[in-house]
Write a protein that binds this ligand. Structure first.
Ligand code: LIP
Length: 295
Protein backbone atom coordinates (compact mmCIF):
# COMPACT_ATOMS: atom_id res chain seq x y z
CA UNK A 1 0.00 0.00 0.00
CA UNK A 2 2.93 2.31 0.78
CA UNK A 3 3.82 2.80 -2.88
CA UNK A 4 0.23 3.35 -4.04
CA UNK A 5 -0.54 7.01 -4.56
CA UNK A 6 -4.21 7.23 -3.60
CA UNK A 7 -4.36 10.96 -4.33
CA UNK A 8 -3.18 10.39 -7.89
CA UNK A 9 -5.75 7.61 -8.36
CA UNK A 10 -8.47 9.85 -6.91
CA UNK A 11 -7.57 12.65 -9.35
CA UNK A 12 -7.62 10.28 -12.33
CA UNK A 13 -10.98 8.81 -11.27
CA UNK A 14 -12.47 12.31 -11.08
CA UNK A 15 -11.25 13.11 -14.58
CA UNK A 16 -12.73 9.83 -15.86
CA UNK A 17 -16.01 10.50 -14.03
CA UNK A 18 -16.36 13.87 -15.74
CA UNK A 19 -15.77 12.29 -19.16
CA UNK A 20 -18.39 9.66 -18.33
CA UNK A 21 -20.80 12.39 -17.23
CA UNK A 22 -20.55 14.05 -20.66
CA UNK A 23 -21.25 10.70 -22.31
CA UNK A 24 -24.37 10.20 -20.17
CA UNK A 25 -25.74 13.67 -20.82
CA UNK A 26 -25.32 13.41 -24.60
CA UNK A 27 -26.72 9.89 -24.81
CA UNK A 28 -30.50 10.54 -24.69
CA UNK A 29 -31.22 6.97 -23.60
CA UNK A 30 -34.63 5.46 -24.09
CA UNK A 31 -36.32 2.12 -23.90
CA UNK A 32 -35.28 1.68 -27.50
CA UNK A 33 -31.56 1.44 -26.80
CA UNK A 34 -31.92 -0.46 -23.53
CA UNK A 35 -31.77 -4.18 -23.11
CA UNK A 36 -32.30 -6.31 -20.05
CA UNK A 37 -29.92 -8.55 -18.12
CA UNK A 38 -31.98 -10.69 -15.73
CA UNK A 39 -35.51 -9.43 -16.26
CA UNK A 40 -37.50 -6.35 -17.29
CA UNK A 41 -36.41 -4.52 -14.10
CA UNK A 42 -32.68 -5.08 -14.70
CA UNK A 43 -31.74 -2.72 -17.53
CA UNK A 44 -28.55 -2.12 -19.46
CA UNK A 45 -27.98 0.47 -22.20
CA UNK A 46 -25.39 1.00 -24.91
CA UNK A 47 -24.17 3.92 -22.80
CA UNK A 48 -23.35 1.61 -19.84
CA UNK A 49 -21.17 -0.46 -22.17
CA UNK A 50 -19.51 2.49 -23.94
CA UNK A 51 -18.65 4.20 -20.65
CA UNK A 52 -17.19 1.03 -19.16
CA UNK A 53 -14.97 0.61 -22.24
CA UNK A 54 -13.74 4.21 -21.89
CA UNK A 55 -13.10 3.73 -18.14
CA UNK A 56 -11.20 0.46 -18.48
CA UNK A 57 -9.13 1.81 -21.40
CA UNK A 58 -8.06 4.90 -19.45
CA UNK A 59 -7.30 2.93 -16.28
CA UNK A 60 -5.41 0.27 -18.19
CA UNK A 61 -3.17 2.87 -19.82
CA UNK A 62 -2.27 4.49 -16.46
CA UNK A 63 -2.28 1.40 -14.20
CA UNK A 64 -1.71 -1.65 -16.43
CA UNK A 65 -0.89 -3.98 -13.51
CA UNK A 66 -3.94 -3.23 -11.36
CA UNK A 67 -7.08 -5.36 -11.51
CA UNK A 68 -10.35 -4.13 -12.92
CA UNK A 69 -13.90 -5.23 -12.15
CA UNK A 70 -16.71 -3.66 -14.14
CA UNK A 71 -20.43 -4.31 -14.11
CA UNK A 72 -20.67 -4.86 -17.85
CA UNK A 73 -17.63 -7.14 -18.22
CA UNK A 74 -18.03 -9.11 -14.98
CA UNK A 75 -18.23 -12.87 -15.54
CA UNK A 76 -20.11 -14.71 -12.82
CA UNK A 77 -17.93 -17.34 -11.17
CA UNK A 78 -14.79 -16.04 -12.90
CA UNK A 79 -14.35 -12.40 -11.87
CA UNK A 80 -13.29 -12.38 -8.22
CA UNK A 81 -12.30 -9.53 -5.91
CA UNK A 82 -8.82 -10.23 -4.52
CA UNK A 83 -6.37 -8.39 -2.24
CA UNK A 84 -4.68 -6.86 -5.31
CA UNK A 85 -5.19 -3.15 -6.02
CA UNK A 86 -8.50 -3.19 -7.89
CA UNK A 87 -10.60 -0.61 -9.71
CA UNK A 88 -14.33 -1.34 -9.35
CA UNK A 89 -16.57 0.42 -11.85
CA UNK A 90 -20.29 0.85 -12.29
CA UNK A 91 -20.46 2.92 -15.48
CA UNK A 92 -24.08 3.96 -14.87
CA UNK A 93 -25.52 3.24 -11.44
CA UNK A 94 -29.23 3.88 -11.50
CA UNK A 95 -29.64 2.70 -15.09
CA UNK A 96 -33.43 2.62 -14.71
CA UNK A 97 -33.37 6.29 -13.69
CA UNK A 98 -31.05 7.03 -16.62
CA UNK A 99 -33.45 5.41 -19.06
CA UNK A 100 -36.35 7.43 -17.65
CA UNK A 101 -34.31 10.66 -17.33
CA UNK A 102 -35.07 10.60 -13.60
CA UNK A 103 -32.22 12.70 -12.24
CA UNK A 104 -30.59 10.15 -9.89
CA UNK A 105 -27.95 8.30 -11.88
CA UNK A 106 -24.20 8.43 -11.64
CA UNK A 107 -20.91 6.77 -12.37
CA UNK A 108 -19.44 4.96 -9.38
CA UNK A 109 -15.67 4.38 -9.34
CA UNK A 110 -14.09 2.60 -6.40
CA UNK A 111 -10.56 1.45 -5.71
CA UNK A 112 -9.79 -1.30 -3.21
CA UNK A 113 -6.54 -2.53 -1.69
CA UNK A 114 -6.69 -5.74 0.36
CA UNK A 115 -10.44 -5.61 -0.41
CA UNK A 116 -10.71 -2.35 1.58
CA UNK A 117 -12.40 0.55 -0.23
CA UNK A 118 -9.60 3.12 -0.38
CA UNK A 119 -10.78 5.67 -2.96
CA UNK A 120 -14.32 6.47 -4.00
CA UNK A 121 -15.66 8.78 -6.71
CA UNK A 122 -19.37 9.11 -7.47
CA UNK A 123 -20.55 11.64 -10.04
CA UNK A 124 -24.15 12.54 -10.89
CA UNK A 125 -23.79 14.56 -14.10
CA UNK A 126 -27.43 15.59 -14.28
CA UNK A 127 -27.15 17.48 -10.98
CA UNK A 128 -23.39 18.07 -11.36
CA UNK A 129 -22.71 16.56 -7.91
CA UNK A 130 -19.35 14.95 -7.24
CA UNK A 131 -18.77 12.83 -4.11
CA UNK A 132 -15.21 11.81 -3.35
CA UNK A 133 -13.24 10.11 -0.61
CA UNK A 134 -9.74 8.87 0.09
CA UNK A 135 -9.03 6.44 2.92
CA UNK A 136 -7.71 8.38 5.90
CA UNK A 137 -8.30 11.77 4.27
CA UNK A 138 -12.04 12.38 4.56
CA UNK A 139 -14.82 12.63 2.03
CA UNK A 140 -16.38 15.57 0.23
CA UNK A 141 -19.11 16.79 -2.09
CA UNK A 142 -18.65 19.41 -4.81
CA UNK A 143 -21.78 20.81 -6.45
CA UNK A 144 -21.70 22.65 -9.79
CA UNK A 145 -17.91 22.86 -9.60
CA UNK A 146 -18.24 25.09 -6.52
CA UNK A 147 -16.86 24.80 -3.02
CA UNK A 148 -15.67 21.38 -1.87
CA UNK A 149 -17.71 20.60 1.26
CA UNK A 150 -16.54 18.04 3.81
CA UNK A 151 -18.96 15.21 4.66
CA UNK A 152 -21.06 14.89 6.66
CA UNK A 153 -22.60 18.23 5.76
CA UNK A 154 -23.56 19.00 9.37
CA UNK A 155 -20.48 19.86 11.43
CA UNK A 156 -22.14 18.33 14.48
CA UNK A 157 -24.49 15.54 13.35
CA UNK A 158 -27.33 14.74 15.73
CA UNK A 159 -27.12 11.51 17.73
CA UNK A 160 -28.99 8.65 16.09
CA UNK A 161 -32.22 7.90 17.86
CA UNK A 162 -34.60 5.03 17.24
CA UNK A 163 -35.58 4.10 13.69
CA UNK A 164 -38.74 6.16 14.26
CA UNK A 165 -36.52 9.26 13.88
CA UNK A 166 -34.80 8.01 10.72
CA UNK A 167 -35.13 8.63 7.01
CA UNK A 168 -34.36 5.24 5.48
CA UNK A 169 -33.08 4.45 1.99
CA UNK A 170 -34.14 1.08 0.56
CA UNK A 171 -34.78 -0.32 -2.90
CA UNK A 172 -37.21 -2.80 -4.42
CA UNK A 173 -34.38 -4.29 -6.52
CA UNK A 174 -34.99 -6.50 -9.52
CA UNK A 175 -35.88 -9.79 -7.77
CA UNK A 176 -39.65 -9.81 -7.73
CA UNK A 177 -40.31 -13.41 -6.70
CA UNK A 178 -39.33 -15.87 -3.97
CA UNK A 179 -37.63 -15.44 -0.60
CA UNK A 180 -35.72 -12.25 -1.38
CA UNK A 181 -38.84 -10.46 -2.54
CA UNK A 182 -40.76 -11.71 0.52
CA UNK A 183 -38.07 -10.50 2.93
CA UNK A 184 -37.88 -7.11 1.21
CA UNK A 185 -41.64 -6.72 1.24
CA UNK A 186 -41.84 -7.63 4.92
CA UNK A 187 -39.03 -5.18 5.82
CA UNK A 188 -40.71 -2.33 3.93
CA UNK A 189 -44.00 -3.00 5.73
CA UNK A 190 -42.42 -3.31 9.18
CA UNK A 191 -40.33 -0.17 8.71
CA UNK A 192 -43.39 1.90 7.84
CA UNK A 193 -46.06 0.40 10.10
CA UNK A 194 -47.21 2.25 13.22
CA UNK A 195 -45.70 1.15 16.52
CA UNK A 196 -49.10 -0.08 17.79
CA UNK A 197 -49.13 -2.41 14.79
CA UNK A 198 -45.64 -3.74 15.56
CA UNK A 199 -43.83 -1.45 13.11
CA UNK A 200 -40.84 0.87 13.46
CA UNK A 201 -42.76 3.91 12.13
CA UNK A 202 -39.74 5.40 10.33
CA UNK A 203 -40.03 8.99 9.10
CA UNK A 204 -40.19 7.57 5.59
CA UNK A 205 -38.50 5.35 3.01
CA UNK A 206 -36.67 6.76 -0.01
CA UNK A 207 -36.11 4.63 -3.12
CA UNK A 208 -33.44 6.63 -4.90
CA UNK A 209 -32.71 3.88 -7.45
CA UNK A 210 -28.93 4.02 -7.17
CA UNK A 211 -27.03 2.28 -4.38
CA UNK A 212 -24.04 4.57 -4.94
CA UNK A 213 -26.13 7.71 -4.50
CA UNK A 214 -27.90 6.22 -1.48
CA UNK A 215 -24.50 5.71 0.15
CA UNK A 216 -23.44 9.24 -0.76
CA UNK A 217 -26.60 10.60 0.88
CA UNK A 218 -25.99 8.57 4.03
CA UNK A 219 -22.39 9.81 4.09
CA UNK A 220 -23.69 13.37 3.74
CA UNK A 221 -26.16 12.78 6.60
CA UNK A 222 -29.18 13.40 4.34
CA UNK A 223 -30.41 9.84 4.86
CA UNK A 224 -29.79 8.11 8.18
CA UNK A 225 -29.73 4.51 6.95
CA UNK A 226 -29.59 2.57 3.68
CA UNK A 227 -30.58 -1.11 3.51
CA UNK A 228 -30.02 -3.16 0.35
CA UNK A 229 -29.49 -6.71 -0.83
CA UNK A 230 -28.69 -8.02 -4.29
CA UNK A 231 -26.53 -5.22 -5.53
CA UNK A 232 -22.86 -5.79 -6.29
CA UNK A 233 -19.37 -4.61 -5.38
CA UNK A 234 -19.49 -2.00 -8.16
CA UNK A 235 -22.65 -0.50 -6.65
CA UNK A 236 -21.05 0.00 -3.22
CA UNK A 237 -17.22 0.14 -3.39
CA UNK A 238 -16.96 3.90 -4.00
CA UNK A 239 -19.80 4.82 -1.66
CA UNK A 240 -18.38 2.60 1.07
CA UNK A 241 -15.11 4.58 1.14
CA UNK A 242 -17.01 7.90 1.11
CA UNK A 243 -19.34 6.70 3.90
CA UNK A 244 -16.60 5.47 6.22
CA UNK A 245 -14.57 8.63 5.69
CA UNK A 246 -17.64 10.60 6.78
CA UNK A 247 -17.86 8.62 10.03
CA UNK A 248 -20.48 6.14 8.89
CA UNK A 249 -20.38 2.36 9.03
CA UNK A 250 -21.28 -0.51 6.72
CA UNK A 251 -22.63 -3.75 8.18
CA UNK A 252 -24.64 -6.56 6.63
CA UNK A 253 -28.29 -6.24 5.65
CA UNK A 254 -28.75 -9.60 7.36
CA UNK A 255 -28.58 -9.67 11.17
CA UNK A 256 -25.32 -10.50 12.95
CA UNK A 257 -22.50 -9.62 10.54
CA UNK A 258 -20.67 -6.46 11.59
CA UNK A 259 -17.91 -6.91 9.02
CA UNK A 260 -19.44 -7.62 5.61
CA UNK A 261 -17.39 -8.09 2.47
CA UNK A 262 -17.41 -5.53 -0.30
CA UNK A 263 -18.67 -8.27 -2.61
CA UNK A 264 -21.04 -9.74 0.00
CA UNK A 265 -24.14 -8.33 -1.76
CA UNK A 266 -26.06 -7.54 1.45
CA UNK A 267 -25.50 -4.13 3.03
CA UNK A 268 -26.75 -1.81 5.76
CA UNK A 269 -25.13 1.62 5.84
CA UNK A 270 -25.59 3.99 8.78
CA UNK A 271 -24.51 7.62 8.94
CA UNK A 272 -21.91 8.99 11.31
CA UNK A 273 -23.28 9.96 14.72
CA UNK A 274 -21.70 10.97 18.03
CA UNK A 275 -23.73 8.29 19.81
CA UNK A 276 -22.45 5.52 17.52
CA UNK A 277 -24.59 3.27 15.34
CA UNK A 278 -25.00 0.10 17.41
CA UNK A 279 -28.54 0.85 18.62
CA UNK A 280 -29.97 1.61 15.21
CA UNK A 281 -28.21 -1.38 13.58
CA UNK A 282 -29.64 -3.76 16.17
CA UNK A 283 -33.11 -2.25 15.87
CA UNK A 284 -32.92 -2.61 12.07
CA UNK A 285 -31.77 -6.21 12.32
CA UNK A 286 -34.76 -6.80 14.62
CA UNK A 287 -37.01 -5.55 11.81
CA UNK A 288 -35.37 -7.99 9.37
CA UNK A 289 -36.00 -10.79 11.89
CA UNK A 290 -35.37 -14.46 11.34
CA UNK A 291 -35.58 -14.59 7.55
CA UNK A 292 -32.47 -13.76 5.55
CA UNK A 293 -31.77 -12.25 2.16
CA UNK A 294 -29.82 -14.87 0.23
CA UNK A 295 -27.54 -13.85 -2.62
C1 LIP B 1 -28.90 -0.83 -9.37
C2 LIP B 1 -28.67 -0.41 -7.93
C3 LIP B 1 -30.03 -0.27 -7.25
C4 LIP B 1 -30.55 -1.66 -7.09
C5 LIP B 1 -30.69 -2.31 -8.45
C6 LIP B 1 -29.44 -2.23 -9.28
P1 LIP B 1 -27.65 -0.52 -11.74
O1 LIP B 1 -27.70 -0.79 -10.14
O2 LIP B 1 -27.90 0.67 -7.72
O3 LIP B 1 -29.94 0.34 -5.99
O4 LIP B 1 -31.77 -1.64 -6.41
O5 LIP B 1 -31.05 -3.67 -8.28
O6 LIP B 1 -28.43 -3.12 -8.87
O7 LIP B 1 -28.17 -1.78 -12.36
O8 LIP B 1 -28.49 0.65 -12.04
O9 LIP B 1 -26.22 -0.32 -12.03
Amino acid sequence: MADINLQEIHDLLISIAHEAGKMMLTATPSYLDSGTKKNSADLVTETDKAIETMVSTRLQSSYPTYSFIGEETFISGETVLTDAPTFICDPVDGTTNFVHAFPAFCISLGFTVNKIPSVGVIYNPFLDELYTGIKGHGSFVTRHGGEKLRLPLKKEPEPLGELSTCLVGAEWGSDRTGNNFDVRHQVFVKLCAAKENGGAMVHSIRCVGSAALNLAYVAAGQQDVFWEGGCWAWDVAAGWCILVEAGGIMVSANPGDWEPRVDGRVYLAVRGAPSGQKGVVEEFWGVVGERRLSY
